[in-house]
Write a protein that binds this ligand. Structure first.
Ligand SMILES: [Zn+2]
Ligand SMILES: [Zn+2]
Length: 256
């Protein structure tokens, strides 16, 4: 059975929309032949106004998250390499404090998943269909600014941005994003979760056509929110077909 050997995109129950235990994820990964498995749960945000997110852990939960994964890392070290990190939006007002937390906890990596064009409190959700070209421009600007910090190992579901206006605007902005990511040597993720749940608008062929032409590095990511997502051979096959169709420069693992 062909399946990916390294995955850096997985969540835990702490984000309130993922299921099963970390141990079950790891055992599923081992049984699927995965050799490297990174947990990258949704990063907590240091809200100043008492706002409580229902899609991510709190800042207070972060140490327990990292400790739990570290214990499992040690326990399973002969069978699989485990990493722990976060999937984070780049939000300038939260960035410094999140980096401090990241260093204090001794995390291994962060990936960027720009689910919102700012703090989640104000939105908008990047995946909401829009014809507002200022939104795609803002998305690309934020991703580039964030990636220039050098703090993120890859860009998760770069095609989450759901702009449905003029094709010329989409192509212009996403070409700008792809060229900058190539310049910074940042891999782009082909998101297996989006491929698996048919209704999602990503992976988007129009995006990967551009990435193929620009010559970006691409990497598969499970974006696992439950054990079932770690066993999704069908999505793996479809993502590999996409990579072949657009002649993508696939990499298998990251140097962390
Ligand atoms: Zn999630
Ligand atoms: Zn994710």
């Amino acid at each position: 059975m062909e399946f990916l050997k390294a995955n850096y995109h997985a969540h835990t129950w702490r984000c309130q929309h993922a299921y099963d235990t970390e141990r079950e994820y790891i055992e599923a990964a081992i049984s699927m032949g995965i050799e490297i498995f990174g947990f990258s749960d949704h990063v907590p945000c240091p809200y100043q106004d008492g706002y409580v997110s229902n899609i991510r852990m709190t800042m207070k939960q972060a140490p327990e998250y990292v400790e739990t994964i570290r214990r499992l890392e040690a326990e399973y070290r002969d069978q699989i390499k485990i990493y722990v990190g976060f999937e984070a939006e780049y939000v300038p007002e939260f960035y410094e404090e999140q980096m401090r937390m990241f260093r204090n906890l001794g995390c291994d990596y962060m990936i960027m998943g720009q689910h919102f064009l700012g703090s989640e409190e104000n939105g908008p959700y990047t995946g909401t269909e829009t014809e507002d070209e200022s939104r795609i421009r803002r998305y690309v600007d934020l991703v580039i600014e964030g990636m220039q910090t050098g703090s993120y190992a890859y860009l998760a579901h770069p095609d989450l941005m759901n702009y449905q206006g003029m094709d010329s605007v989409y192509d212009w902005e996403m070409t700008r994003l792809c060229k900058e990511m190539k310049e910074l040597d940042i891999p782009l993720e082909i998101n297996m979760l989006g491929m698996g749940e048919g209704a999602r608008h990503y992976p988007a062929e129009r995006f990967w056509k551009i990435a193929g032409e620009v010559g970006n590095k691409a990497i598969l990511g499970l974006d696992a929110h439950c054990v079932r997502h770690i066993q999704d051979v069908d999505s793996y096959r479809k993502c590999m077909e996409l990579a072949e169709k657009y002649n993508l420069n696939l990499i298998n693992k990251l140097e962390l």
